[in-house]
Design a protein around this ligand. Structure first.
Ligand code: SF4
Ligand code: SF4
Length: 387
């Protein structure tokens, strides 16, 4: 039965992502469908509130989640939908590359508590810019033996020194590629740089090599598209360079809506088919993303690995792995004060107008409790004397 359902969903997925008309229809409808789903989720979260006491019990950083080690916050693109070009132009971002020692410290800690998922992607920046990336991937995969090692790249540097081959040979598990589509003109407009030929050739080389090696890595191409999905799936480059390699392990998707990077990205930054996500209501509930950690290149630990407004050394920073372990930081008053603050309308700057905001809810809570190997906490069983 499971296999049957999988086959059906795979066939639907393949039909949607290879037929232009279907892709346009599904992704246009998805914009409204997602809004509808989110509205329902906010209503349920408000109705059946996760309490401060319940959150306290699941706040600790444990193996069930994921760890992000931002190996560098330097990027070689200037995407119109990302805060990076703006914070660089405003000179508010201090950039750097993570040393192997800092990386090893974070990964060793993560491996010691049984961590399964490691993502080398920074809040902004491209991991392939890091000259020591391959040594880090090798360490995480083959020495620390983290089960799933992943990174997201804009693919500009995939061909440099055959990185695409080395990533596969080292045994990386997941590669996510973020790119515009399959048109040079649209790429240059959205990514702000003239690297389309390298990107499409790097993607092709990676897909082909991964195929030759028995698809050892899962690859997802996430189109940050200003073109309609139909324009991409009907384009020559897509048909010749990408489509032949699509499979259950090599997939594509299109962007339904773009988030606003805490208000940094506005309607004027959108072009073509791009739509900005609507700002959700600011409920008196913490965001789910506060429970994931990103280690900055210099060892600072920050809550929420996905967004920034002015820089990544902001009021979401809660410690430094040189001083404390990740688990100690997760249980520290600095971390808890930020989480608890949401209940009282106090939010870090990046969170104040963030369209990525996802309030904690009961489903999320139960999932986290299960992952943390704890008993599911209930309102009727709160811990006394917290907060
Ligand atoms: S979205 Fe990624 S690739 Fe584009 S500028 Fe931002 S960090 Fe760089
Ligand atoms: S509100 Fe936005 S910036 Fe804040 S934790 Fe959530 S996703 Fe991150």
């Amino acid at each position: 039965m499971k296999n049957f359902l999988y086959q059906i969903s795979w066939r639907i997925y393949r039909a949607v992502h290879s037929n232009g008309l279907l892709a346009d229809l599904v992704y246009s409808a998805a914009y409204y469908y997602q809004q509808f789903i989110r509205r329902g989720a906010y209503r349920r979260a408000e109705k059946n509130v996760v309490t401060v006491e319940e959150l306290w019990k699941v706040r600790e950083f444990k193996s069930g989640g994921g760890l992000q080690t931002g190996v560098t916050n330097i990027c070689n693109a200037k995407c119109s939908f990302c805060a990076y070009p703006k914070v660089v132009a405003n000179k508010t971002l201090q950039t750097g590359v993570m040393t192997f020692e800092i990386f090893k410290k974070a990964v060793d800690e993560w491996a010691a508590i049984g961590g399964q998922w490691l993502d080398l992607t920074p809040v902004v920046g491209d991991p392939l810019v890091d000259p020591g990336l391959l040594k880090k991937v090798d360490y995480a995969v083959n020495q620390a033996r983290i089960k799933s090692v992943a990174l997201t790249t804009n693919a500009i540097l995939l061909n440099r020194n055959d990185i695409y081959k080395k990533l596969i040979d080292l045994g990386i598990n997941n590669i996510f590629i973020s790119t515009q589509g399959a048109s040079q003109e649209a790429y240059e407009k959205v990514y702000g740089v003239k690297h389309y030929p390298e990107v499409i050739s790097g993607i092709r080389n990676l897909l082909e090599y991964n195929f030759k090696k028995g698809e050892s890595a899962s690859i997802v191409i996430r189109f940050r598209n200003s073109e309609k999905p139909s324009q991409i799936v009907r384009s020559k480059d897509f048909i010749e360079q990408i489509k032949p390699f699509l499979s259950a392990k090599v997939r594509i998707n299109f962007t339904v809506d773009f988030d606003n990077w805490g208000g940094t990205i506005i309607e004027e930054d959108m072009s073509g088919f791009m739509k900005l996500r609507k700002l959700p209501p600011a409920l008196a509930l913490p965001c789910q993303s506060l429970f994931s950690f990103v280690v900055r290149h210099d060892g600072h630990v920050r809550l929420c690995g996905c967004r920034l407004v002015r820089n990544d050394m902001d009021d979401l920073v809660v410690g430094d792995i040189h001083d404390k372990s990740l688990q100690e930081i997760s249980k520290s008053s600095e971390t808890w004060d930020i989480i608890k603050g949401f209940y009282f309308g106090k939010r870090p700057e990046t969170c104040r107008a963030c369209t990525f905001y996802r309030p904690v809810n009961r489903l999320w809570l139960n999932d986290r409790a299960r992952h943390n190997s704890m008993q599911v906490v209930t309102k009727t069983n709160p811990l006394p004397g917290l907060v």
